[in-house]
Design a binder for this molecule. Structure first.
Ligand code: ZN
Length: 96
């Protein structure tokens, strides 16, 4: 299963990095994934995820705030979006 909804949104609206407050895609355990997009003119984040616990796929809107997390609608697993600094460190660790 792939995350497509946010990708479609970006292509459809020709969203550029400069239009975003936040845009990140994370790999989670057990082939879980989460993608978060926050646009400058919106207060709600676009969130798309595959739950790392139960594999449930969903696309939701949630008010953007730090720290940001969403709950899996199916099993209630809490999916945290870590701070960018932490993410970059992890990225470096995972990719190199
Ligand atoms: Zn779940």
């Amino acid at each position: 299963m792939e995350l497509k909804k946010i990708q479609e949104l970006i292509e459809k609206n020709n969203i550029k990095p400069s239009d975003c407050v936040m845009h990140t895609q994370r790999k989670l355990e057990n082939n879980g994934r989460v993608r978060v997009l926050v646009l400058k003119n919106e207060t709600e984040a676009h969130v798309e995820y595959i739950c790392p616990k139960c594999g449930h796929y969903d696309y939701v809107r949630k008010k953007w705030k730090r720290p940001f997390s969403i709950k899996c609608k199916n099993c209630g697993e809490l999916i945290r979006i870590q701070k960018m600094k932490t993410l970059i460190k992890k990225d470096i660790k995972n990719n190199y």
